[in-house]
Design a protein around this ligand. Structure first.
Ligand SMILES: Cc1cc2nc3c(=O)[nH]c(=O)nc-3n(C[C@H](O)[C@H](O)[C@H](O)COP(=O)(O)O)c2cc1C
Length: 380
């Protein structure tokens, strides 16, 4: 209990309390950055689970492109600015957030541990982080906790269902709906195919040694053809809006024409995302796609971004290129795999602390000061 409290205190850094390294449990101070959290998680996790989370599709070109893009964008920091006080506070779709870092929706958390969605939601609550979640927030909400959450749907292209769903989210206290627009079909994930991964494990978890391995529900072969939302079009957004007054966020856009269409279709925000390199291989890295999407949106709605964010400086670069906020997908899962809930909290704290320091060293006191002049792209 005491241990958990001390971590909470530490997380207060985002709100301005001091960095009290002495109060952090020893095991949590082992990994000193997100990359090292991944390594701890990898050692502790089942190979099937690690590969499911870490992997991309096919040759993983896009997975690598997401990370590589940060290596071509460099910072032009400002100096001699009074950065005694630096604030990460961010306004987004009517919400006042402590930080521009949000938790991306990730299915299959039960591969890491049972009840993982609720565990990550509890970490989000403790660290006052907005979480996008398809499931698992109910237990937290039942306690009356003021969790900030957006519901994630991969959508269902039927008008009545869309409206009912939207109303349910609104009645459940959700602050927004994230519609994943890049998930028309189950993608071709070589790592899962090689592991004979059964997508049913996403719900049940991976069988322990000695437990019967179920017959695969889905054909884990490179030729699988599994529709998710092939008939979903921009109309779906209007149907959702008819059903509620919540902001609708279209997640999974990389083409500037789609960014413009999202605005036209009534989206309240977009997320420039390629699903963490997990849908179509060969897609552009998100930091590279961001500027054109920002230009196409023309300031009409906020543009968010995700993909490959592992450092505070990555986030600073994304915000300099026009992201109002960012989502992290794998990073909190590495915290979860390493140490459970305190690990998720630690990863979030770390990313916030890195971003705050990066802003201070770049002469930025507020997120609203971060702009295009802060970066220069140097082609490889
Ligand atoms: C294990 C896993 C499951 C995911 N499940 C979903 C999902 O259900 N819906 C969705 O919109 N995106 C999903 N994503 C994509 C993330 O929301 C996000 O776009 C991506 O992880 C960002 O890249 P990053 O992991 O490099 O931060 C998933 C990603 C991972 C790693």
């Amino acid at each position: 209990m005491k241990r958990r409290e001390s971590l909470r205190n530490l997380l207060g850094l985002v709100a301005g309390s001091p960095l009290l390294m002495g109060q952090v449990p020893d095991e949590l101070t082992g990994p000193i950055n997100v990359h090292e959290f991944e390594e701890v998680a990898r050692r502790k996790m089942h190979k099937l689970a690690y590969d499911f989370i870490a992997g991309g599709v096919e040759d993983e070109l896009t997975l690598r492109a997401n990370r590589a893009a940060y290596e071509r964008v460099f910072l032009l920091p400002r100096v001699m600015v009074d950065t005694t006080n630096v604030s990460l506070e961010t306004e987004l779709l009517g919400l006042k957030l402590d930080s521009p870092i949000l938790i991306a929706p990730t299915g299959g958390k039960n591969l890491v541990m049972p009840n993982a969605d609720a565990t990550v939601a509890a970490a989000a609550l403790a660290s006052k982080t907005l979480i996008c979640s398809a499931t698992g927030v109910e237990k937290i909400l039942a306690g009356g906790a003021p969790l900030l959450w957006w519901s994630n749907t991969i959508g269902n292209a039927a008008k009545a269902q869309a409206k009912n769903y939207a109303r349910r989210v609104q009645d459940g206290g959700g602050k927004g709906i994230v519609v994943t627009v890049d998930n028309a079909y189950q993608s071709n994930r070589d790592r899962n195919n090689r592991n004979r991964f059964d997508y049913g494990y996403m719900q049940t978890g991976i069988p322990k040694e000695g437990e019967a391995v179920r017959k695969p529900i889905s054909p884990a072969t490179p030729a699988m053809w599994q529709p998710h939302t092939p008939s979903m079009t921009w109309e779906y957004l209007s149907w959702l809006k008819e059903g509620c007054s919540l902001p609708i966020v279209a997640k999974g856009i990389v083409h500037p024409d789609d960014a413009a269409l999202a605005v036209k279709s009534g989206a309240d925000a977009i997320v420039v995302s390629n699903h963490g390199g997990r849908q179509l291989d060969g897609v552009i890295g998100t930091l590279d796609a961001l500027p054109d999407c920002v230009a196409a949106v023309g300031g009409k709605i906020p543009v968010l971004m995700d993909g490959g964010l592992r450092r505070g400086t990555d986030i600073l670069k994304a915000m300099a290129l026009g992201a109002s906020a960012v989502l992290v997908g794998r990073a909190p899962l590495w915290g979860l795999g390493a140490f459970g809930q305190p690990g998720v909290e630690r990863v979030l704290w770390m990313l916030n602390a890195e971003l705050k320091l990066a802003m201070a060293l770049a002469g930025m006191r507020r997120t609203s000061e971060i702009g295009r002049g802060l970066v220069k792209r140097i082609p490889a």
